[in-house]
Design a protein around this ligand. Structure first.
Ligand SMILES: O=C(O)CCC(=O)C(=O)O
Ligand SMILES: [Fe+2]
Length: 502
């Protein structure tokens, strides 16, 4: 008896394993009839050309990328660099992929310079629009425990060696005089001059400190301090501009050239090949551009997530001035900033304040080095009084370990006052910590810290970079940002509240 063979399987194998027997489609037959040479030969030629193009590109690319990484560490040469945008982009990729490694410290070139001034988070809290808002730049520099530098040409080595640079030499922006304050305020001690940093002893009594902590807890609104990435729209625009004029164009043109070559082999050269190059280039551009958009959106998202990890405290705002603690804080701050001769404004000082923000750091929580001012404040902080001219922080509890406020670019040795009064305990509270090179303030209940993130005209002062060191003991602070202009609600205090309680 004959056993039937599996004829179907045989046919299938033959069809797919043997290219010679593969049936041609109508289209490929039509194309083949137009070709001068066989399609197989022309495909080989194209493949060879493709390899030539790719190899050449791979050889040329480093010529742009390597020098651009080098010059990216120097402001001047970046600005003057004849290198095309893609090289900036490539250089920047190296510096922003590892944003907190010391090797990127001081990077100020290309997109890095844009991003550097762009971490200016906006308000970002769902439960309360008035909640603590981290709208400030988070730097991409590393703060070393012994020193730091804002020198635009610094590298990891200069960062480590910068201990001898005086703070006032480190400014990279032109900074004028700070806003005028009431310098005869009782208890004021200057810790540093130019930029000025003060401590005001016993600024608030224990009742006010406890009151604010209790209200923050009692209000039930303490939640993770938000960090939003403000300025992302302009970053997005800038990055897209670079990508559009750089990689997107390159890829589109290279691919178009390859495709147009194929066309000319098929259909002859001449003006038709130029037309085909343009058509292919435009089509490729339209196809590649969306990928750039998606990639940049992914990058912005990545940066947002990175920023979120830089502040780990919880916080809330207190705007009810009928409460003793918040009222006392705003009243004292008003006295400090009330210098009638300095302004023609008829507004009361508290109109320029953001509502007090209460911040709680539990063990291990911290705030990375950052600035309280914003280079783009006029645009990005327009609805909250523009630039932050002064930061006033009150320590609400004593902290014996951890949680200092450290100015990463100011040297303790340059402190104008190093002989401040002892507090009777360890003698170094609220004084520059002379054991390290950075100016560091140790929290003491009721004492205030005052400094000026921007000058009186709103110019950003990058010497005032500071951080909240990781808490060991629990740490509580209350903070008021004094802006250049009136801060309307919901960020500022309501007119009714100020009228009734101040
Ligand atoms: O926690 C600190 O010591 C500093 C807080 C601070 O810089 C801020 O809230 O902007
Ligand atoms: Fe700050």
């Amino acid at each position: 008896m004959n056993i039937p063979t599996n004829d179907n399987e045989e046919t299938t194998k033959r069809r797919y394993l043997s290219p010679i027997r593969r049936p041609r489609t109508t289209t490929s037959l039509r194309l083949a009839s137009r070709r001068r040479s066989s399609p197989i030969i022309s495909r080989r030629r194209c493949r060879r050309r493709y390899h030539v193009v790719m190899t050449t590109t791979m050889m040329i690319l480093p010529l742009f990328v390597v020098p651009s990484i080098r010059v990216a560490y120097d402001d001047e040469s970046v600005v003057a660099s004849p290198l095309p945008p893609p090289s900036y982009l490539a250089a920047d990729a190296f510096s922003t992929i590892l944003p907190y490694s010391s090797s990127t410290a001081g990077y100020r070139g290309g997109v890095g310079a844009i991003l550097d001034s762009a971490f200016v988070p906006r308000r970002g809290h769902r439960s309360s629009p008035r909640d603590d808002v981290y709208r400030r730049k988070i730097t991409t520099t590393t703060s070393s425990s012994s020193s730091s530098s804002s020198s635009s040409s610094s590298s990891s080595s200069t960062l480590a060696e910068s201990t001898t640079i005086a703070a006032s030499d480190e400014r990279s922006t032109v900074v004028g005089r700070r806003m005028i304050i009431n310098e005869s305020y009782p208890g004021m001690r200057q810790l540093h001059s130019d930029p000025d940093v003060y401590v005001i002893e016993n600024f608030l009594d224990d009742g006010a400190c406890d009151g604010m902590m209790n209200d923050a807890i009692g209000g039930g609104a303490l939640s993770r301090s938000p960090v939003a990435y403000a300025g992302w729209t302009s970053d997005f625009r800038d990055l897209l501009g670079l990508a559009a004029s750089g990689p997107v164009s390159w890829i589109s043109l290279l691919a178009a050239w390859y495709e147009a070559n194929g066309d000319s082999i098929d259909g002859g050269g001449g003006s038709s090949s130029v037309t085909s190059l343009v058509v292919h280039a435009l089509r490729n551009y339209a196809m590649t551009f969306p990928f750039a958009v998606v990639a940049i959106m992914g990058y912005i998202r990545f940066r947002t997530n990175v920023l979120a990890g830089l502040r780990t405290s919880t916080s809330t705002t207190l705007d009810d001035l009928s409460r003793y603690g918040a009222r006392e804080f705003v009243v004292r701050a008003s006295e400090l900033f009330d210098v009638p001769s300095s302004s023609t404004s008829t507004m009361i000082p508290a109109s320029y304040f953001e509502a007090p923000t209460i911040i709680r750091y539990e063990t291990g929580q911290s705030l990375a080095p950052h600035y309280d001012a914003n280079r783009s404040a006029n645009v990005e902080d327009a609805n909250r009084g523009g630039q932050t001219l002064s930061t006033l922080i009150v320590y609400l509890n004593d902290v014996s370990d951890g949680g200092t406020t450290r100015f990463t670019k100011l040297r303790a040795a340059a402190a104008a006052t190093t002989t401040g009064d002892d507090d009777g305990n360890d003698g170094i509270r609220n004084r520059a910590n002379e054991s390290g090179s950075c100016l560091e303030v140790i929290p003491k209940k009721g004492d205030a810290l005052l400094f000026f993130p921007a000058d009186a005209d709103g110019n950003f002062d990058d010497r005032t970079e500071h951080e909240g060191r990781p808490a060991v003991d629990e740490k509580w602070i209350a903070r008021i940002w004094r802006h250049a202009d009136r801060v309307p609600p919901p960020f500022g205090l309501s007119d009714a509240s100020m009228r009734d309680h101040l």
